[in-house]
Write a protein that binds this ligand. Structure first.
Ligand SMILES: Nc1ncnc2c1ncn2[C@@H]1O[C@H](COP(=O)(O)OP(=O)(O)OP(=O)(O)O)[C@@H](O)[C@H]1O
Ligand SMILES: Cc1cn([C@H]2C[C@H](O)[C@@H](COP(=O)(O)O)O2)c(=O)[nH]c1=O
Length: 249
């Protein structure tokens, strides 16, 4: 049976990475094979693109240029990592996916939705998430958390983690060759400094929030809203109750 595809979406510092790890552990405790991954990233090629995008080096290409790069990374990720895992029956938990492009490069970045939808159709096809958890909180709070994370010297976690899973191709996870469980990614991009999008102004982050809320409202069969301003334990419980109900676990 095909695995389930779960994505986590939302603004900066919303707690997606924190909760993705907890969810993966909870599912594993139920005996489910889980691939925990992130976007942009998940394969060496996509991680290299991540470095370019988050450093701000691609900013001068505008929202269209950045969107094309996000989709180049997504194509590699889907082809070498996500689709093979789903076909093996592994559940995939992905920290950000297409809704982020729609919010960041679309609503907040000014790229028309029709352009994103065209590229999305070509790259993602029918590999759509079965469930998208949308983490909602005021951007001021999310940015404060992200700033505290930086002050504590904690880089946004590299979540590519395949445990028992192994990619079929040489372009798969870097850690596969060494057999490591959690993939250690190149430090340069995850060094503690605000990334390209964290440095945008509050108006940008407000439009992100509005777009994520609009997506959740427009697609209630796929999306579930999570109040990310709550305590970590409460958020964890809410996530688990959504996942349990959705997949009848
Ligand atoms: N519910 C919560 N309450 C308070 N702090 C939290 C909560 N969840 C996560 N945090 C903390 O906030 C910071 C950001 O969390 P995390 O990295 O999980 O967010 P994120 O949504 O993945 O962020 P980004 O998209 O910016 O990478 C971390 O330092 C984390 O420990
Ligand atoms: C997938 C995707 C991501 N982004 C932005 C959103 C964040 O600012 C970074 C990713 O960093 P994180 O710490 O892993 O959250 O990239 C984007 O603008 N468009 C996208 O499609």
């Amino acid at each position: 049976m095909r695995g389930r595809f779960i994505t986590l979406e939302g603004g900066e510092g919303a707690g997606k990475t924190t909760q993705a790890k907890v969810l993966a552990e909870r599912l594993r405790r139920k005996g489910i094979n889980v691939l925990l991954t992130r976007e942009p990233g998940g394969t060496p090629r996509a991680e290299a693109i991540r470095e370019v995008l988050l450093s701000g080096k691609a900013k001068r290409f505008g929202a269209l240029g950045e969107a094309v790069l996000f989709y180049a990374a997504r194509e590699s990720h889907l082809e070498l990592c996500i689709r093979p895992a789903l076909e093996r029956g592994t559940w995939v938990i992905c920290d950000r996916f297409s809704d982020s492009t729609r919010a960041y490069q679309g609503a907040a970045g000014g790229l028309p939705l029709s352009v994103i939808e065209t590229i999305d159709k070509a790259v993602v096809g029918d590999t759509r998430p079965d469930l998208t958890l949308i983490f909602d909180l005021p951007p001021e709070l999310g940015l404060k958390r992200a700033a505290e994370r930086l002050r504590e010297g904690v880089a946004p976690a590299a979540v590519a983690d395949e445990r028992a899973e192994r990619p079929a191709s040489a372009e798969g996870f870097r850690g596969a060759a060494t057999g490591s469980d959690v993939i250690a990614l190149a430090p340069s991009i995850d060094a503690p400094a605000p990334d390209r999008f964290e440095t945008m102004n509050l108006a940008f982050h407000r439009s992100l929030r509005a777009e994520f809320l609009a997506i959740a409202k427009a697609e209630p069969e796929r999306c579930a809203l999570v109040d990310a301003s709550d305590t970590p334990t409460r958020v964890e419980d809410r996530v688990w109750s959504i996942v349990r109900d959705r997949f009848q676990l």
